[in-house]
Design a protein around this ligand. Structure first.
Ligand SMILES: Cc1ncc(COP(=O)(O)O)c(C=O)c1O
Length: 422
């Protein structure tokens, strides 16, 4: 176990004392609209979240006042842009409780963060006959990069099974940690089932055998306090757009010692200390992994999103979404012909379901006519669908601005589906 360094968890001047959803909703202009003549009920937050004014204004401010390339300039605009860009790195460090800001690498999102690890750490440490262990509830972006690596290296992808409730079978997971296991990659919170994995135990089991662990935190980061030092994970990947920040910006957290030893991911400007035709010396962390001009505006806006989340308080967001999940679960359980997919004891944010003899796409289309946005399909988790023997589900996923009234609208919409198609 590494020691847990004390990093102040928030710089927010005043953490709000009450969770006033009506007031919070006024921060999200997109929510104030009608769809097909009905007030928008946005329940597709696991796909992407809406953006508060603070984030929209951070982008506008950057392009109106500070737009410039970073790190290399000596002029005022470049210095300001660099300062704001690097300020986000410190905000992410605080948000994830990383020991050092050099452990925060900006990427395009979770997908790129995982590919980065597979193509650098993975290529260096996984060889023929070795194994990479994932779980049966992973998003495609935490399956395919490992498949590509395994195919390339002649290694084997092993998959820890899940129960009928959608919970990881921990004993099976442990049994699959063998002498040839070189890496473990697992989600913190399943986007298709809502399951929260027992990460601490999983990481402890892997570390007992000296196997590093990457955590796909795409769905957890906006929903619960994440502490990478206390989890003791080796890598943690997140996507800005799922946590109220723009698309095209995400983060890879990695323990400094591992990142230092990894080869670079992409070559180009900024990731070098010096270049000659004979030899290139790579830049220090974190820049070694940030080749080329980055997504400056959206990185700065990610900083604004983090400050916004800190002001609301992740623990209160978690409680609020938990209330919505409990309230909605109780309400839909009573609907005849409806089956909830994913009934883990530890769950957050996601309510996936099917209805007898009605295709999820038809449900989604009727709900859309009622102004309700849900996702239907396999949610980029086709093996989860195969595990449950279904082609798709309807997924309602909550965000910090959802209210019990949104759940009431969903339930009413589902009754309408039953009337029309049931
Ligand atoms: C659990 C999980 N992992 C990874 C991803 C991929 O995230 P992105 O598309 O932002 O890279 C998603 C997106 O839905 C997800 O839900």
């Amino acid at each position: 176990m590494s020691t847990v360094a004390k990093v102040p968890r928030t710089t927010a001047k005043a953490v709000l004392t009450e969770f006033d959803v009506e007031k919070i909703r006024r921060d999200f202009p997109i929510l104030q609209q009608s769809v097909h003549g009905k007030p928008l009920v946005y329940l597709d937050n696991a796909a992407t979240t809406q953006k508060p004014l603070a984030v929209i204004e951070a982008i506008e401010h950057y392009y109106r006042h500070d737009n410039s390339n970073i790190h290399r300039g000596v002029h005022a605009l470049s210095e300001r842009a660099t300062e704001h860009y690097e300020k986000t790195r410190t905000a992410v460090q605080r948000f994830l409780n990383a020991a050092d800001s050099k452990e925060i690498i900006f990427t395009r999102g979770t997908t790129e963060a995982i590919n980065l690890v597979a193509q650098t750490y993975g290529r260096k440490h996984v060889g023929a006959g070795d194994e990479v262990l994932i779980t049966a509830m992973e998003h495609h972006s935490n399956i395919v990069p490992w498949q590509i690596l395994c195919e390339d290296k002649g290694a084997k992808l092993r998959v820890a099974p899940i129960s009928d409730r959608g919970e990881l079978q921990l004993e099976e997971f442990e049994k699959l940690l063998g002498a040839r296991t070189r890496f473990v990659a697992v989600s913190h919170l399943s986007n298709a089932l809502g399951t929260i994995n027992p990460l601490r135990e999983m990481i402890r089991m892997a570390h007992a055998r000296n196997i590093p662990v990457l955590v796909d935190g795409a769905q957890a980061a906006p929903r619960m306090t994440v502490d990478v030092q206390s989890l003791d994970c080796d890598f943690y990947a997140i996507s800005g757009h799922k946590m109220y920040a723009p698309t095209g910006i995400g983060v890879l957290y990695g323990k400094a010692a591992l990142l230092e030893a990894m080869p670079p991911y992409q070559g180009g400007g900024d990731m070098i200390a010096s270049v000659t035709f004979e030899k290139t010396i790579y830049n220090r962390l974190p820049y070694k992994f940030e080749a080329g001009t980055p997504n400056i505006a959206d990185t700065i806006a990610l900083g604004a999103a983090i400050e916004y989340l800190e002001r609301l308080g992740l623990d209160r967001i978690e409680r609020h979404e938990h209330d919505l999940l409990a309230y909605s679960t109780k309400a839909v359980e009573k609907i005849p012909g409806l089956t909830i997919v994913g009934t883990a004891k530890r769950k957050a944010g996601v309510l996936s379901f099917t209805m007898d003899n009605i295709h999820p796409h038809d449900i989604g289309t009727i709900l859309d006519r009622e102004g309700i946005a849900v996702r239907t399909g396999h949610h980029c988790a086709q093996p989860v669908m195969q595990r449950f023997g279904i082609p798709a589900t309807v997924r309602a996923s909550f965000g910090l601005y959802n209210m019990r009234q949104d759940v009431d609208a969903l339930v009413k919409g589902i009754h309408k589906v039953n009337e029309v198609l049931g």
